[in-house]
Design a protein around this ligand. Structure first.
Ligand code: GAR
Length: 192
């Protein structure tokens, strides 16, 4: 199976979808560890409940952002994954992590529109009638790497940022599981 590390910052519902998909014999991928950038996340709790090792790397605990990046890379490399999945991880990854790992991210908008930390709010503020989610390879930019998959979601007249984000996340979880399964099935991206 594909060896996967997941990074989270919050609720971890995308992580939970991966945990569920990785459960059982014959699953095409395995979750080796879950990392977070803050304490007390439901995501880390979900991992612990599933018996998956966890670690936390908090930026304020390091002298510099570069030290944080190096330690995060060290924690990830300790379990030797094939793939890192950023699933609601709200920090921009640094050169140490990106230089040693292939990383995919999931984003709650149709990139290249509405990158950044507020994709759902920004799409609504623009008045789009269709939005969605994107899974992409992570490069040094913010939500700029090559797109792997996208799914769309219509905006309803009575949507709030919260209601729209919840509907996006339903589709997003399916997309993310499909993407990780596909990357496990076709390893041509490894060693690129
Ligand atoms: C997801 O919608 C993810 O796309 C978004 O945070 C949510 C995490 O939900 N990420 C970003 O906005 C990154 N810029 P979860 O913690 O329940 O998986």
């Amino acid at each position: 199976p594909l060896r996967v590390v997941v990074l989270v910052s919050g609720a971890g519902s995308n992580l939970q979808a991966l945990i569920d998909a990785a459960a059982g014999d014959g699953a095409p991928f395995r979750l080796l560890a879950v990392g977070a950038d803050r304490d007390g996340t439901l995501g880390v709790e979900r991992a612990a409940t599933a018996g998956i090792p966890t670690f936390v790397c908090r930026v304020p605990d390091y002298l510099t952002r570069a030290d944080w990046d190096l330690d995060l890379e060290r924690q990830i490399s300790a379990v030797d994954p094939d793939l890192v999945v950023s699933a609601g991880f709200m920090k921009v990854l640094g050169p140490a992590v990106l230089g040693s790992h292939r990383v995919v991210n999931t984003h709650p908008a149709l990139l290249p529109s509405f990158p950044g930390a507020h994709g759902v709010r920004d799409a609504m503020a623009h008045g789009v009638r269709v939005t969605g989610c994107t899974c992409h390879w992570v490069d040094a930019g913010v939500d700029t790497g090559p797109i792997i998959d996208q799914r769309c979601v219509r905006v309803e007249d009575d949507d709030t940022v919260e209601s729209l984000h919840e509907r996006i996340k339903v589709v997003e979880r399916e997309m993310l599981v499909d993407v990780v399964r596909a990357l496990a099935a076709d390893r041509s991206w490894q060693g690129d």
